[in-house]
Design a protein around this ligand. Structure first.
Ligand code: B1M
Length: 210
């Protein structure tokens, strides 16, 4: 039987192939996808994050762990999302300019798909106008931004300022999140919603459009 603890351990070593194999095995055995996500993949990344903070591991180790996490997520995604028939709305999502962190953003995208949104993922390091141009192009309901660095949080404000300049602020629901972001920052930059995690983001988004 696949041990969820082992998924976390392989992830910390950056062993993407082992992570993929164990996630596949655990799913085949009928283990809970949310437990695999929270107690395996995210628990492993939390440990790496703590070690990174304490200078016990460095960028290359974090990077291979992140790749292993994304490899595990790719296997888990179909099990975490149960898409309905009709899309409930369209979301344009990305990590803001200057920021390359994509794990949280990928989770939010996945959960949004899970509650029935069509999701356009712009990736990382997204220029403010790209969020807006894409939202206009696809007829989005929601613009979702992720930031993991205190230095890139101002890019969220840049998007909202650009929306205002283009007279589009009221056309879109703007949602923000990421580890350094909080409710008070969201209010300060006039985002419509701050949510602390991916599942809440999806829940709030669905309520906002229905
Ligand atoms: Co970086 N990094 N990193 N990093 N990294 C952090 C964020 C840091 C806190 C580590 C630390 O020092 N303790 C620190 C930021 C400090 C700060 O600004 N306060 C940091 C730093 C400093 C850096 C570099 C500058 C390091 C360097 O080069 N010297 C550099 C910057 C690069 C850049 O972006 N320009 C850098 C680089 C990297 C890697 C490339 C190596 C890698 C990213 C790989 C990747 O993403 N593909 C990386 C990683 C992995 C981390 C940590 C370890 C883990 C982040 C993560 O993925 N967490 C992180 C330490 C930590 O967070 N403990 C750290 C798991 C993920 C699921 O959580 O993204 O928070 P999170 O998402 C959550 C919620 O926040 C929420 O939902 C998710 C949970 O459900 N959420 C949203 C996220 N986005 C949302 C959007 C929404 C709603 C909710 O919209 C509606």
């Amino acid at each position: 039987m696949a041990e969820i603890r082992e998924i976390s351990e392989f992830l910390q070593k950056g062993r993407a192939k082992n992570v993929k194999a164990l996630v596949t095995e655990a799913l085949e055995e009928g283990q809970d996808p949310k437990a695999i996500l929270n107690d395996g993949l995210l628990a492993g990344m939390m440990i790496i994050g703590e070690k990174f903070k304490n200078n016990e591991v460095f960028v290359p180790e974090v990077l291979v762990a992140a790749r292993a996490l994304n490899a595990g997520l790719s296997i888990l995604e179909p099990k975490l999302i149960e898409v309905g028939n009709e899309p409930v709305g369209k979301v344009v999502i990305g990590t803001v300019k200057g920021d390359l962190h994509d794990i949280g953003k990928n989770l939010v995208a996945m959960m949004m798909k899970g509650v029935g949104f069509e999701v356009v993922d712009l990736g990382v390091d997204v220029e403010p106008d790209v969020f807006i141009d894409k939202a206009e192009e696809v007829g989005a309901d929601i613009i979702c931004m992720s930031a993991l660095l205190t230095t890139t949080m101002p890019s969220m404000k840049a998007v909202i300022d650009a929306l205002k300049e283009r007279g589009l602020k009221d056309k879109y629901i703007v949602m923000v999140g990421g580890a350094p972001v909080n409710q008070s920052f969201a209010e300060q930059i006039e985002a419509d919603y701050y949510t602390p995690d991916a599942a809440t983001a999806a829940e709030v988004a669905k309520k906002a459009v229905t």
